[in-house]
Ligand binder design. Structure first.
Ligand code: GAR
Length: 213
């Protein structure tokens, strides 16, 4: 008798959210294409954004992926925007949602549906330098090392359980853009590694600890 094939559902469905250039999205796309979806354990099924006309969406379109845009200004309230974003993401039935440079804080409705499976990447070593200017703030503080953090999103700003971090040294000659570029080199590799491991191995969140068996 032939050995049973593993079910196709072992390949996890990812929705990626972007607001900008989308180089982290591209790293995921490239890794999945190079490795193969079965082997990587996940496929990107859609890419969403909070604004039109960004390179992140163009990358998704070039990869032949469905895209959607949910803009805050098209909704009467922030709660309305949050519910619409949650609905647009849910339409693609994701196992994991990845915020890869998505520059909006999601609300209650989104977290009620995707809490515990919503992953963010942040360009600093949390809990230091949360928020929208993690690179600039580390530089201004005079820190000698910084880096990136991949974490689950909770209802605070960059406060959720940490999955993995990468360290980057700050050089005397660094400005925000040079430092951010070096952080992003580490960040892209970290995100690809973490998302693949979450998808293939599964995981448990025990308080503040994330366990990937
Ligand atoms: C990344 O460095 C990500 O950590 C950061 O935006 C960049 C997006 O780059 N996110 C935040 O600052 C969120 N607070 P990309 O568009 O080239 O992937």
């Amino acid at each position: 008798m032939a050995a049973a094939k593993p079910p196709a559902s072992v390949v996890k469905r990812l929705v990626v959210l972007v607001s900008g250039s989308g180089t982290n999205l591209q790293a995921l796309l490239d890794a999945i294409e190079t490795t193969g979806t079965e082997e990587y354990g996940a496929e990107i099924v859609a890419v969403g954004a909070d604004r039109e006309g960004i390179e992140g969406l163009a990358r998704a379109e070039r990869a032949g992926l469905p895209t959607f845009v949910v803009r805050v200004k098209d909704h009467a309230t922030r709660e309305g925007w949050d519910a619409a974003l949650a609905e647009a993401v849910a339409d693609h039935r994701p196992d994991l949602v990845v915020s890869a440079g998505f520059m909006k804080i999601v609300g209650k409705e989104f977290l009620a549906r995707f809490g515990g499976r919503f992953v963010n990447t942040h360009p600093a070593l949390l809990p230091s330098f949360p928020g929208a200017h993690g690179v600039r703030d580390a530089l201004a503080y005079g820190a000698r090392v910084t880096g990136c953090t991949v974490h689950f999103v909770d209802d605070g700003v960059d406060t959720g359980p940490i999955i993995a971090q990468g360290v980057v040294e700050i050089r005397d000659e660094d400005d925000e853009s040079a430092l951010h570029e070096r952080i992003k080199e580490v960040e892209r590799r970290l995100l690809v590694d973490v998302v693949g491991r979450l998808a293939r191995n599964g995981y448990r969140i025990e308080g503040r600890k994330v366990v990937i068996p």
